[in-house]
Ligand binder design. Structure first.
Ligand code: SF4
Length: 348
């Protein structure tokens, strides 16, 4: 029996039941695949259900306010993906009348849809033999075939894509793709794969050579930048605070945050009042401040670690227009800020 046949039989006996497994609607597959790039299936399920309940079709998503889309995405990270979903929904409605194009070459032209998502939609929804390659697929193929080309290099990306394309079942590409991804998630897992009870173990190179942990191979990780963020949480006598939209490109675009002052190192409380950026923000407003978290909260993004402190700044009147404290939870915010708001009891 060939590789694909073994996998699809395994899949039909072992697949977990998720709502996106019971549909071929490209809108549902698209949303689920984008969510699954952010998190594991179990953790992604409540996000998928909430998204589908609020935006059941591409037309609903296209008409939505971007803030609402970001709010539903809150906690998943990589907010540019949510913005792209929204913009692409508008484009599909405008250009294709709400119908998804059915070919890989048209799908990959859409904003936010890369090789993986275009391959998934084309195969699952339109029966095209386009192989998906993601972390799960790299792991399964590199172990089974004993391939040590680093997966995070252009040579590796090309090599694995070509191999995956030769393996795909042309008569059943959607199931083949879902099978290999599910197999990577639950059977050939990153650590402690279930090799003894694996239908591929008789021909698996990594298993035969006892080198499972050596695959997949990756080049060393990029350098992580360390940044120090100070959020100023204003509290005025009339129960207002400052909460502003991040308009700049980069992390958290269009999400909301308390005024931010970035420093080169952890800000010493004794230097708080003398900091020029803080002085500019306060515009000579009299204030009292306290440090909410002595120990910096570390928020890890892919290429940077944010060492974060929240400073409570009490003022009689805000130095500029603000919003009522009771409304602060209505805005989409990075999970770091949302967690602070929960812990601080802002909504009360
Ligand atoms: S034998 Fe182990 S390493 Fe090889 S494919 Fe199966 S689960 Fe993965």
């Amino acid at each position: 029996m060939n590789f694909s046949r073994i996998l699809t039989i395994w899949y039909s006996n072992n697949k977990r039941d998720f709502p996106w497994r019971n549909t071929k609607d490209p809108y549902c597959i698209w949303v689920s695949e984008v969510i699954l790039q952010q998190t594991q299936a179990k953790q992604g399920l409540p996000y998928y259900e909430a998204f589908m309940a609020r935006f059941p079709t591409v037309f609903h998503l296209a008409k939505a306010d971007e803030s609402e889309v970001l709010k539903l995405w809150q906690g998943l990270g990589y907010y540019s993906r949510a913005r792209n979903l929204h913009q692409t929904a508008q484009y599909i409605v405008k250009t294709y009348g709400g119908y998804f194009p059915g070919s890989y070459s048209e799908l990959i032209e859409l904003k936010g849809i890369g090789d993986y998502t275009a391959s998934a939609i084309a195969s699952i929804c339109f029966g095209k033999a386009t192989a998906v390659v993601d972390g799960n697929v790299y792991r399964v193929l590199s172990r089974y075939f004993g391939i040590d080309t680093p997966t995070n290099t252009s040579k590796g990306i090309r090599e694995f894509k070509a191999l995956a394309t030769t393996l795909i079942d042309k008569n059943n590409p959607g199931d083949h793709n879902q099978a290999i991804m599910e197999f990577g998630s639950t059977q050939c897992k990153p650590s402690a794969p279930n090799c003894t009870d694996c239908p591929l173990n008789t021909a698996c190179v990594a298993y035969a050579e006892r080198k499972i942990s050596a695959f997949p191979v990756k080049c060393s990780k990029p350098k992580i930048t360390k940044r120090h963020f100070n959020f100023l949480v204003f509290l005025s006598n009339d129960r207002k605070t400052l909460f502003e939209k991040r308009n700049s490109k980069g992390i958290w675009q269009n999400l909301y945050q308390f005024p931010l002052v970035e420093t080169k190192a952890a800000l010493d409380p004794e230097k708080f009042s003398g900091n020029n950026a803080i002085k500019t923000l306060l515009k000579n407003t009299p204030y009292r401040f306290s440090l909410y978290n002595e120990r910096e909260t570390v928020h890890k993004l892919s290429h940077q670690h944010l060492y974060t402190r929240f400073w409570i700044v009490q003022v009689e009147k805000l130095p500029q227009d603000g919003i009522p404290i009771s409304e602060v939870t209505k805005y989409p915010a990075p999970i770091l800020i949302a967690n602070f708001i929960d812990a601080f009891g802002f909504s009360i």
